[in-house]
Write a protein that binds this ligand. Structure first.
Ligand code: IFM
Length: 462
């Protein structure tokens, strides 16, 4: 297998353009650790991890990658990777640690320091305000089932925007609302661990309202930043040609994509969600939710093969027509093109960023190296698809790889390694994997080409 990321000239050109950025992503709970440091209080994930049996090997994010204390080392890794952007999330309960709403300046300063250091190294900060770690004190008052949480989120967005302002290039309000709704409130495999359809409906609407209110607050206080939301999902394909499976696949697509994209991009819920979710809508909400965004982030990992389950609802089948990652997810790069065409067919889209894409494999560290050709191949295949899409006119402005470091993979604990950089969780030693080196080489090529262009521009201007 190839050990680098290389492209034919026609594919290289769109990826090397100044308008296209390469980056890596992380999230606060997955890497920071330091769960009690700097005035931070519990999030729903701290609580969930304490529940017996909720996380593989009873792992928690208490220490994670210790990046709260080691962020300077991690910044050097970003520099080594040569990325143009770093997507990270802010821990809400570091900024507003209790129900009084009083600002914890120490928490805010941590992120101001990180954002400033990134900018000094020429890396654009992409900040996600909510990557699933809702403060526990808000969960105690109903969490996302409580409409008030949406207004609390707007206050938090305002506090962050006043602190970090336009030193952040991109703000994302919420990461993957589908996961919060479906995994956190319907199947209960994520925090807060509920299995309650009615809760899932209320949470859907309040998350979207929170998004819209936060966009308004960010516009006021960070007027130069690009604002958006990150949704996720793949194309939904029926398991068989039966009408039942075809309908189930359609329903699942609607559930995963249109339930969120339609209110945001069209200001309306799809018909099938009007009775269940619509009952939480108050006058003016949909106008707020559909506040224009500057970009839409999309996280893509795999496709969904769907059948009608025994209870009549869509059911995801563990298909294995294609090679799989260690998550048991099929490697299906064309699904990215397919899901983008679903979006294009249905919506008037702002520019798109692929804000997450990556793969977990069983990596082994030996003699200070990690050979991970499967991950390189995974990234290569998805970048090939992206290059083709850009060439055919889709406005994609960036590829943000998940993830910088092996980290706390939610219910899977530390058993799944997605990083471009290997982490030894006993010693916290970081080791660049071959995939990280390949990504760094790609970024170096981009930097060389940009420098060449700038030289030519300067010569022409003389
Ligand atoms: O680790 C997660 C991330 O937090 C959200 N998107 C999917 C990743 C891989 O499961």
């Amino acid at each position: 297998m190839k050990n680098d990321l290389s492209f034919s000239a026609d594919k290289l050109q769109p990826l090397m353009s100044d308008d296209f950025v390469f980056g890596v992503a992380t999230s606060a709970y997955q890497i920071e650790g330091a769960s009690r440091a700097g005035g931070r209080t519990d999030s729903v994930w701290d609580t969930f991890c304490r529940l017996n049996g909720s996380i593989a090997k009873s792992a928690t994010g208490e220490a994670a990658c210790d990046s709260y204390f080691r962020w300077r080392d991690d910044l050097e890794l970003l520099v080594e990777l040569g990325v143009g952007a770093y997507r990270f999330s802010i821990s809400w309960s570091r900024i507003l640690p209790d129900v009084s709403g009083a600002l914890n300046q120490e928490g805010l300063d941590y992120y101001i320091g990180l954002a400033d250091a990134l900018r000094r190294r020429g890396i654009r900060p992409m900040v996600t305000l909510h990557h699933w770690d809702l403060p526990q004190y808000l969960q105690d008052k109903g969490g996302w089932q409580n409409r008030e949480t949406a207004y609390g989120f707007a206050d938090y967005a305002q506090a962050v925007a006043i602190g970090l302002g336009s030193s952040v290039d991109f703000y994302t309000t919420i990461n993957e609302p589908w996961c919060i709704v479906s995994l956190g409130h319907r199947s209960g495999v994520h925090a807060p661990g509920l299995r309650d359809e009615e809760a899932a409906n209320a949470v859907t609407h309040h998350l979207l309202l929170a998004h819209g209110l936060a966009i308004q607050a960010l516009r006021d206080h960070a007027p130069r930043a690009q604002l958006g939301i990150v949704l996720n999902g793949g194309p939904s394909l029926p398991l068989s040609d039966s009408e039942a499976d075809i309908d189930a696949a359609g329903l699942f697509e609607s559930e995963q994509i249109h339930r969120y994209a339609s209110p945001i991009l069209r200001g309306e819920y799809p018909d099938e969600f009007v009775p269940p979710v619509g009952r939480y809508v108050q006058r003016g909400d949909l106008e707020i939710i559909s506040e224009p965004c500057d970009y839409l982030g999309w996280n893509y990992y795999t496709r969904n093969v769907v059948r009608r389950g025994d209870n009549g609802s869509p059911e995801i089948v563990a298909a294995d027509d294609y090679p799989q990652t260690d998550m048991g997810w099929e490697i299906y790069p064309d699904g990215l093109r397919q899901v983008c065409s679903v979006l294009q067919r249905n919506y008037d889209l702002p520019p798109l960023y692929v804000t997450e894409n990556g793969a977990a494999f069983q990596d082994t560290l030996a003699d200070n190296v990690v050979h991970d050709p499967e991950r390189i191949r995974y990234i290569q295949q998805h970048l090939d698809v992206i290059a083709d899409m850009i060439a055919s006119g889709v406005d994609i402005r960036g590829y943000i790889c998940w993830t910088l470091l092996d980290n706390f993979e939610w219910a899977e604990g530390y058993s799944k390694r997605f990083g471009l950089v290997h982490v030894d969780f006993d010693t916290q030693v970081r080791t660049m994997k071959d995939s990280g080196k390949a990504f760094a080489e790609l970024n170096a090529t981009k930097a060389r080409l940009a420098a060449g262009c700038n030289e030519r521009r300067t010569d022409a201007a003389r």
